[in-house]
Design a protein around this ligand. Structure first.
Ligand code: ZN
Length: 243
């Protein structure tokens, strides 16, 4: 399972303090732990395809100018010590969005982005170390490396909406690899399942997301979820033609 997250810095940076370094500081509260990214002043951007600004303000607790963005109900990202605010509360955010410029405002001794990753899991938001593999975060450098949270975060109903008749589908020859899938019972951190070549799934319904990707509600054994059928214009699932 994994959630891909785009690094917020658009130019070269180095990690100067890890999440664990923050935790190890005397008196440091885990709720404020982050990863420090240092580099030249540079623009900061959104970390997923589709997000919404929760906070964009001057912090009285040392963050300086800070932004806090929620993505898909499962992921929140904070950037702190910004020079300015490129967004306001309620704004839509994506990897093209300018959040502000990296700087050293607030409780900071040099130009850096204090970067926090929060995941909704176990019924609560938790500040997690994005570089600890146990947390299921994969940091990526390019927007095209993102795997969309997409509609995976909305689980199919326990009774799947129905085609007139369920159809049997399988991965196309063009894909021959995994596709995103949410497993039931619903968990807050997406589970990325694999739909492998040679497997046949039952498909019950389809829907199209805001990016134009088509998802099928599928079942195989006791695994059900939404699987990409047409993704980025490419056919990922094809209907099995019975002989
Ligand atoms: Zn920090």
């Amino acid at each position: 399972m994994a959630v891909t997250v785009l690094w917020p810095c658009m130019q070269k940076f180095v990690i100067t303090d890890s999440w664990q370094d923050h935790i190890n500081r005397p008196g440091y509260n885990a709720a404020y732990a982050g990863t420090d990214l240092a580099g030249a002043e540079q623009p900061l951007r959104g970390s997923q395809y589709d997000g919404r600004v929760l906070q964009a303000h001057w912090s009285t607790s040392g963050y300086g100018y800070t932004t806090f963005v929620e993505y898909g109900g499962v992921l929140r990202i904070r950037n702190a010590h910004q020079k300015n605010l490129g967004v306001k509360v309620g704004d839509a955010v994506n990897p093209e969005t300018y959040l502000g410029t990296m700087d050293s405002t607030g409780n900071s001794t040099g130009t850096h982005a204090h970067f926090e990753v929060w995941i909704f899991t176990g019924g609560a938001w938790r500040n997690v170390d994005p570089l600890n593999p146990a947390n299921g975060i994969v940091m990526v450098s390019l927007p095209e490396q993102l795997q969309p949270l997409g509609d995976e975060i909305i689980p199919p109903a326990s009774t799947l909406p129905a085609f007139p008749e369920p159809v049997r589908v399988r991965p196309t020859a063009a894909v021959q690899s995994w596709i995103n899938l949410r497993q039931q019972p619903f968990t807050t951190v997406p589970i990325i399942g694999k739909v492998l070549p040679g497997q046949v799934w039952e498909a019950y319904a389809s829907k199209t997301d805001h990016l134009g990707n088509v998802w099928f509600a599928v079942r195989r054994g006791d695994i059900i979820g939404w699987a990409a059928a047409v993704y980025a214009g490419q056919l990922w699932l094809e209907v099995v033609q019975d002989a």
